[in-house]
Design a protein around this ligand. Sequence first.
Ligand code: GLY
Length: 355
Amino acid sequence: MKRLTVHASREYDVLVGRDLLNRAGDLAREALKKSGGRVMLVSEDRVAPLYLERATESFSAAGFSVFTYVFEAGESSKNMNTLAGLLNRMAEVPMTRSDFVVALGGGVVGDLAGFAASVYARGIRFVQIPTTLLAMVDASVGGKTAVDLPAGKNMAGTFWQPSLVICDLDLLDTLPGETFRCGVAEIIKYAFIGDRELYDHLCQSLTDHLEWIVARSVADKRDLVEADERDTGARQLLNLGHTIGHAVERCSDFRIPHGDAVAIGMHRITSAAVKKGRCDRNVLVCLDALLDRYGLPKSAGFDADSLTQAALGDKKRQGDSITLVLPCGMCKSERMAVPVGELRDWIAAGGDAEE
Ligand code: GLY
């Protein structure tokens, strides 16, 4: 098992290894220095049949009274109603400020349970047990919590760091291939932001080096979170491929999953950087080879006008400019503020021949 410590507004460990769910109760008791009390286990109805019983047994065996809240799987549940349902359930128990929440699931569960933990009784602790590769390497670390509003994804949220993150790689065994692939897109992102060694491992084999690669991705994210917890500077590098990626998600009415959209976004922004002379073509060749190798798409066929329109609604826009993340060398990226009037030009520059 690998243990990484995140030094943010709260200091916490991220554990990466195998057979950790069965030990989750003991690991939480040790990390939170807490024995007894109540735990609210939050999950969704695709994950719960697979892992909720084991999680419940583990926390019960560690001496906690376990309560559960399971909601319907999917992004459409990440809303104020589900949040209110969870908060009311916590109040019914009743949970107190010394109790804690456990998020057992992918990014939707982590975002929603983390948000509930951050506002219940003005904030109680929570533990992340991510069950998808994407949540392990990205969403569970760094303390962003959110629900969606009709106006957009993640429009209401908080920064609230977890007290422990448990990445049990065994949980990935039940993951559908498409969902696993989405996590790989985020790992490729870390490589192209600035991690040559991670890139080299991805060129060899993901499955042979899974523990190393997940821990390394977490370490890359940790470094950016520690440098800029509130996402006003260096942390924005994590948006490589995301401005166009979010636009692709919107244009597809969210039928294209996040990881695939990020892959498309990385390809397109790298193509644009090459075309505008800011990046060597070899970077694009290397990126495309990895995307192909892991079965990730490079285009969805949306035209530059539709993508620009969708990108302008992104909450990352700040007034009249939008910060793009551009590859500027092999495994090297930089931020660049672009006037919104020039965004279409960038998106068009990365377009494919099919348009
Ligand atoms: N997922 C991007 C971030 O945590 O900043």
